[in-house]
Design a protein around this ligand. Structure first.
Ligand SMILES: [Zn+2]
Length: 306
């Protein structure tokens, strides 16, 4: 990929670092001048030069922004299909898994989201069959489960500070999470409600504790849905003004969310706009019962099915 031979005068260098010293000293070039000049790379969508930040980024970047990737895939050409499948294959290899990321994970990555993939490949069954050709499969389903009718009673954990005003609910000590359906609807499905600041705290200084909670839930056969009361896009761009650490931005939070979803099969995350929306999401999830554990809830929500 990167030749250590100087492109200006042809001299051989022992390492990339030596090459960089050489081009600076002999030709007055920084890497930022040198690579775009001798290894031109262009955005596949608008043909603009790829911006150089560092060598690693420069040689793997095909688009200057995710918007350009999303515009480029619209043609749906065979090249597009191969390129987008390759994104999933590379990631699966890197993470040593045969499962592709869920909708919420894809939305936070430099990749098309699950809806884009399903559109590109002509629906779930065609997409799944293309995935299986590469030994991959979808982590969660995308068909809306049937909602169980009847009177839904909800248990709220004793520690929930600002309980959502469900009509039929009682306060109980839950083994995990903040909300669970009771009686006929009980199926070891629990919901943890979080504000964006709770989420940021949980995924930073509270991460170890949270992982223990997920592991405990796992050992009890419990499934956890984290409903964050904050729109996805705002969470992705989250940048707390009074952050205890400048590192805690949206990118950091989603990095943690993805690693939790890769490491544990009993958790997923849904982003809700506000408390009213959280209530309707929680009710629907509880009415799905067992099925909620195997469908992509963020996908259903984005497609008007939740
Ligand atoms: Zn030279």
């Amino acid at each position: 990929m990167i030749n250590q031979k100087c492109k200006v005068c042809g001299i051989e260098n022992g390492s990339v670092a030596a090459l960089h010293r050489h081009i600076k000293k002999e030709h007055g070039f920084s890497p930022k001048d040198y690579y775009p000049l001798f290894y031109e790379r262009r955005d596949l969508f608008d043909n603009e030069l790829i911006e150089f930040r560092d060598i690693k980024q420069y040689f793997v970047t095909d688009f200057n922004c995710k918007g350009n990737l999303l515009e480029w895939i619209k043609s749906g050409s065979p090249e597009v299909l191969n390129y987008t499948l390759e994104i999933l294959k590379k990631r699966a290899e890197e993470k040593k898994t045969n499962l592709i990321p869920s909708h919420v994970e894809l939305k936070s990555l430099f990749a098309p989201n699950l809806s884009d993939y399903l559109n590109l490949f002509g629906g779930e069954s065609n997409f799944s069959s293309r995935l299986s050709d590469s030994g991959l499969k979808m982590k969660l389903g995308v068909q809306k489960p049937e909602l169980k009718l009847g009177e839904l009673k909800i248990s709220v954990d004793t520690r929930e500070q600002e309980p959502l005003p469900f009509e039929d609910c009682s306060v109980n000590k839950l083994i995990v999470g903040d909300y669970a359906p009771s009686d006929d609807f009980f199926c070891n499905l629990f919901i943890e409600r979080k504000s964006i600041n709770d989420l940021a705290g949980t995924l930073t200084k509270g991460l170890e504790r949270f992982e223990k909670e997920i592991q405990r839930a796992e050992s009890l056969g419990a499934y956890l849905v984290v409903v964050t009361e904050f729109p996805f896009i705002d969470a992705l761009e989250y940048s707390p003004k009074n952050s205890f650490s400048q590192r805690i931005g949206g990118a950091f939070l989603f990095n943690k969310i993805r690693s939790l979803m890769t490491n544990y099969n009993n958790i997923q995350f849904v982003f809700s706009r506000n408390r009213d929306r959280s209530m309707s999401i929680i009710e629907s999830v509880f009415r799905m019962g067992e099925a909620a554990k195997v469908v992509d809830l963020e996908y259903l929500k984005d497609n008007g099915h939740l």
